[in-house]
Design a protein around this ligand. Structure first.
Ligand SMILES: Cc1cc2nc3c(=O)[nH]c(=O)nc-3n(C[C@H](O)[C@H](O)[C@H](O)COP(=O)(O)OP(=O)(O)OC[C@H]3O[C@@H](n4cnc5c(N)ncnc54)[C@H](O)[C@@H]3O)c2cc1C
Length: 459
């Protein structure tokens, strides 16, 4: 495998997609009244000092993480959908672009959608130029997220290992690893013995699809999913964003080709700009603007076992079936597989897919057959026709679309939020998201990445 350590390459990597820095925290200078303000700022932040001071007060002084805002008559920007993407967009609009007259409208509760239902895997091990810089920016934002939003999201870079089961697959992974390293992303091609040293309990000896090696992406890992929603919600709220739960958008008001606002179950809310970030409901909400999207909604299920002692230190993906697994900090084995094979808006799945996932798990690590399943659940995937997302304007002036994340949109939360905020604030796509155009399905510039999330047309 090529390696990318030359000085020119390092210089190129530094220039490549720099991560925008968070706004500096300003503490007032030490005048008598400013000191009080200083203390107020400090006690509002989560820190060891605030934990100690709350402990001394019997934990009675904690404030709600965000206000329960009532809708105002109008906003500069209304974001539809209070999932990871919508909340991150609001936070970056306020923190990086100074746009604070913003509302996030959520039909249910914060964290109730896919952002709180996924298997928590983050990674930037993509292979196509349209994708790698975007997901690498997201990974860099994950790496500084907790300091940026002052929230413990349990970002854990425990490594993602994609297993190899054939010579052809090794070639494909070597190629992907090379593409990653050329873009400054870490990748290591492991042989069978290196994989065995990491995970001796995998089925090496009697498998129908023997393990021949793996592609290891050490900076990949997991993040506690609902903490991401809560952390962005709190950080956006602190900057003045209104987070409005139980506020379903039922219509989009458009006149002379321009968006004027949204009809909701809590009345009409005017807006100069509306951004749609509704994941599995994208087709339904876009239809309110008369748009038909190149997206189908499918169900994806996830599973967690009873708590076990630490056994799986990282994330493993099976290369001969659709199965991926990690272990939560509570000890549960968290795993998943393929989408259910037909379109649906139900947030529950079906037995044939459960059987398929369990077969994959037992083929890969037979010991899992002895673990008891504790819970399983499902979320609604917005499956685009090339497996890649859309962050773009729409034909309606002032209406923006963020959709098509398939089952890979959790890892994308920070970059998708930043790129959508950039587009809304500047009118131009962010440099790492220029390929995510809505019209690519008409022009043929699809981003057809294998390993990105299954395409519905392959099922
Ligand atoms: C089981 C499962 C496992 C997954 N595993 C991974 C993984 O390991 N790694 C990864 O990267 N990705 C994973 N994903 C995908 C990832 O979770 C999604 O792509 C991503 O969360 C979607 O973005 P979001 O967080 O904004 O979505 P959501 O949290 O679904 O947010 C959309 C919100 O819009 C709201 N909404 C819908 N309609 C309206 C309306 N009319 N008015 C107001 N609000 C509305 C919904 O209530 C919802 O809260 C997984 C998904 C599932 C279901």
């Amino acid at each position: 495998m090529q390696h990318a350590r030359s000085p020119q390459r390092q210089e190129y990597k530094k220039k490549l997609y720099p991560v925008p820095s968070p706004p500096p925290l300003r503490f007032p200078s030490c005048a008598p009244c400013a000191c009080r303000r200083s203390i107020a700022v400090l006690s509002d932040r989560y820190s060891i000092l605030s934990v100690i001071s709350q402990a001394l007060r019997g934990h009675k002084g904690w404030k709600p993480a965000w206000r329960d805002a009532a809708p105002a008559p109008s906003y500069d920007v209304v974001i539809v959908g209070g999932g990871g993407h919508g909340l991150a967009t609001a936070y970056y609009l306020a923190s990086r672009y100074g746009i604070r007259n913003v509302a996030v409208l959520e039909k249910g509760w914060i964290g109730g959608g896919n952002v709180g239902r996924n298997t928590t895997i983050i990674r930037s091990n993509y292979g196509l130029p349209g994708n790698i810089p975007f997901y690498e920016l997201s990974m860099k934002l994950w790496e500084s997220l907790e300091q940026d939003i002052n929230y413990n999201a349990m970002v854990s870079q425990r490594g993602v290992l994609n297993l190899i089961h054939s010579d052809g697959q090794r070639d494909a992974y070597a190629r992907r690893g090379n593409a990653m390293r050329l873009h400054g992303v870490d990748a290591e091609l492991l042989d069978r013995e290196a994989v065995r040293a990491m995970y001796p309990f995998l089925n090496f000896d009697h498998a129908r699809f023997p393990i021949k090696g793996g592609l290891l992406h050490r900076r990949g890992g997991t993040v506690r999913h609902d903490a991401v929603a809560w952390g962005y919600a709190r950080a956006a709220d602190r900057l003045g964003v209104d987070i409005i739960q139980n506020c379903e958008v039922t219509g989009l008001k458009i006149e002379h080709g321009r968006i004027l606002g949204v009809d909701t179950k809590r009345g009409f809310i005017g807006a100069k700009t509306v951004a749609l970030s509704v994941a599995g409901s994208s087709s339904k909400v876009a239809a309110m603007a008369g748009m038909r999207l190149p997206i189908e909604s499918h169900v994806l299920q996830a599973f967690v076992s009873e708590g076990l002692k630490p056994v799986i230190p990282g994330v493993i993906t099976f290369g001969a079936g659709h199965f991926y697994i990690s272990q939560s900090d509570k000890g549960g084995l968290v795993f998943g597989g393929d989408i259910d094979g037909y379109n649906s808006y139900a947030q529950r799945g079906n037995l044939p897919t459960i059987e398929d996932v369990c077969e994959g798990g037992v083929a890969l690590m037979p010991a899992i057959g002895r673990a008891r399943l504790l819970r399983h659940w499902a979320g609604l995937m917005d499956m685009s026709m090339d497996g890649s997302p859309i962050i773009d304007r729409t034909p309606v002036e002032g209406l923006y679309l963020n959709a098509g994340w398939c089952y890979g949109g959790f890892k994308a939360v920070p970059a998708a939020g930043l790129c959508l905020a950039h587009l809304v604030a500047t009118g131009a796509p962010h440099e790492v998201a220029t390929a995510y155009r809505l019209d690519r399905f008409a022009t043929g510039h699809v981003i057809d990445e294998k390993g990105m999330g299954a395409q519905p047309n392959l099922h």
